[in-house]
Ligand binder design. Structure first.
Ligand code: DGL
Length: 264
């Protein structure tokens, strides 16, 4: 028997597409609802209280409307602040996205790790906790950048920026005391893997970039193992506020299987 329930992925903008891509590669048979909360974007400069009030309520509405089999919060900011509240409010599996400090610590040779996220994410106790648990013998330096979120959104709209903009973001991390030791950078915002090539090109030396996307994809595959799937897989992008979809963004959504676009 076919099971038409989609997987619902949620972010403030296009960042969660960096989680959708590896998940779809593992589970092409699934239908996806990709939600961009452009009405609340950007999350990274908001307070904990604003995120904690907005995200569980919005996800509640979305779950009622789309009846997903599982929800992925494809946003580090929302996950590090509101994952527990969302899990408490929803009666279905919820997968969060938290900074990939553990895999970064496993691979760092220099034992110095950078965490590049939003301002809201890098100040979370969740990051202290992950660092203490998985990177106790590493220096963990953090940098929050709203600019890099904007650069990723702009790239998907087809507006490329020069490498200087990326250099400036990286210097906020690498120019900190001991920043010259960093060999591994956690992309702790789902927007950032979308500009990983630009970051690598702008970096003053070779750095490894690590993000949570592949791990989340494996987790979703594990949680849905043995389930039935829709007869025909589909993909829809849902925006929470009116948005102008230009050719470049439409192409980026279609490339990731999101052929339908709607406004909540
Ligand atoms: N993509 C989001 C994250 O992973 C947040 C971007 C934003 O809205 O500031 O943190």
């Amino acid at each position: 028997m076919a099971d038409e329930r989609p997987i619902l992925m949620f972010d403030s903008g296009v960042g969660g597409l960096s989680v959708l891509a590896p998940t779809r590669a593992l589970l092409p048979q699934a239908s996806y609802i990709y939600v961009a909360d452009n009405g609340g974007f950007p999350y990274g400069i908001r307070s904990e209280g604003e995120i904690a009030a907005r995200v569980p309520a919005l996800l509640g509405r979305l779950v009622e409307r789309h009846h997903p089999r599982l929800v992925v919060i494809a946003c580090n900011t929302a996950s590090t602040i509101a994952l527990a509240a969302v899990r408490a409010a929803l009666d279905l599996p919820v997968v969060g996205t938290v900074p990939a400090i553990k895999p970064a610590a496993e691979q760092s040779h220099s034992r110095a790790i950078g965490v590049l996220g939003t301002d809201a994410t890098v100040r979370q106790p969740y990051v202290d906790d992950l660092s203490a648990r998985f990177a106790a013998d590493c220096i963990v330096l953090r940098h929050g950048s709203a600019r890099l979120v904007e650069l990723a959104e702009a790239k998907l709209r087809g507006e490329a920026a020069g490498l200087d903009a990326y250099r400036e973001v990286l210097s906020g991390l690498l120019d900190q005391p001991e920043g010259n030791r960093i060999d591994t950078v956690v992309l702790a915002c789902t927007h950032f893997p979308l500009v990983a090539d630009e970051l690598a090109a702008a970096a003053p030396r070779q750095l490894s970039f690590v993000d949570g996307g592949p791990g989340i994809a494996r987790r979703v595959a594990h949680l849905t193992d043995g389930q039935d799937w829709p007869e025909t897989a589909s993909g829809e992008a849902v925006f929470t506020a009116p948005v102008e979809i230009g050719d470049a963004l439409r192409a980026a959504l279609i490339e990731r299987g999101l052929g339908r676009i709607s406004i909540l």
